[in-house]
Design a protein around this ligand. Structure first.
Ligand SMILES: C[S@@+](CC[C@H](N)C(=O)[O-])C[C@H]1O[C@@H](n2cnc3c(N)ncnc32)[C@H](O)[C@@H]1O
Length: 272
């Protein structure tokens, strides 16, 4: 990552996703999640299809959010059953049905035993949970023989030539603030293939997708909403003040916007 969020020795805060940041009851939270889902769903679903998501499969969608991937698994891929798990299932309420079970649970609850699955998918979830390495072991343990574990999390390519733009400073402040408040950390995302191999999975591979960041597009809206919501925490890092954040927000909405934004690394592996 470009930021110092994982190199500055700062300890992750004790807060939790959905409680201390990104509260589900916020009026724009579902909209914020959907803005990113819109961009990443085609990439995610293409990979899940290539890994055999289809009839005869039982799937676990971890941190299902607004349920776009769970719905795709059910309606487009035609899998037999989807379990959509989230600590907040409000946005999933209308999705439940005979082949889609909605489970409200905290993934970090050690007593959780959702059963065995042919596909376990978690996107933009583990990066927000400090227990991510242990959770990867548990998710791998929920695979049926031949089943796939698929993890998508954020990565950002460094731009060493830019240390001072309002965009850069705000983005770096965001990673630092996320880490300080809820323990978000993307520094181990490139190591996920090694983690999956350590879990005994085979056919492990990974790829990276950095979607275009275009003014007025869904991702610009996602970052804009995220930064606006986090403004006090951004300023608390000491990296930015209100003026810098305002400048960064205006840049995101302007035709001058020209950045290789953060992307998603997807890693997958199969149980023997
Ligand atoms: C950034 S959103 C991603 C949503 C969805 N996976 C997507 O990509 O559109 C993270 C999701 O993980 C859920 N989540 C966060 N911590 C969780 C936990 N400890 N247990 C279960 N779900 C959790 C949140 O409620 C939220 O729906």
């Amino acid at each position: 990552m470009t930021g110092t969020h994982s190199q500055d020795g700062e300890q992750a805060g004790g807060g939790r996703y959905g409680k201390d940041l990104f509260e589900p009851e916020h009026p724009h939270e579902a909209e914020r999640i959907d803005a990113a889902a819109l961009v990443y769903d085609p990439v995610t679903t293409r990979r899940l299809k290539a890994l055999g998501a289809g009839p005869g499969r039982r799937c676990l969608e971890v941190g299902a959010g607004t349920g776009t991937v769970a719905r795709w698994l059910l309606e487009e891929a035609g899998v037999d059953e989807v379990v959509a798990l989230d600590r907040d299932t409000g946005p999933l309420a209308g999705l439940a049905g005979p082949r889609l079970r909605v489970v409200e649970a905290d993934l970090t609850d050690e007593s959780l035993r959702p059963g065995g699955f042919d596909l376990v998918h978690a996107r933009f979830v583990l990066m927000h949970l400090p227990e991510r390495r242990r959770l990867i072991s548990r998710l791998a343990g929920w695979l049926n023989p031949g089943g796939w574990l698929v993890l998508g999390d954020a990565v950002e390519l460094p731009d060493v030539l830019d240390t001072s733009s309002a965009y850069r400073r705000t983005m770096d402040a965001m990673w630092q603030a996320l880490r300080a408040t809820i323990g978000t950390d993307t520094s181990s995302v490139p190591a996920y293939p090694h983690f999956l191999r350590e879990e005994g999975l085979r056919n492990v591979a990974a790829d990276l997708f950095c979607p275009p960041l275009v003014a007025g597009g869904p991702l610009a809206r996602f970052w804009s909403e995220t930064w606006s919501r986090m403004q006090p925490a951004l300023e608390a890092t000491g990296r930015v003040d209100a003026g810098v954040v305002e400048e960064a927000l205006a840049y995101l909405a302007s035709p001058r916007l020209a950045e290789l934004g953060p992307g998603m690394a997807m890693t997958w592996g199969q149980r023997r």
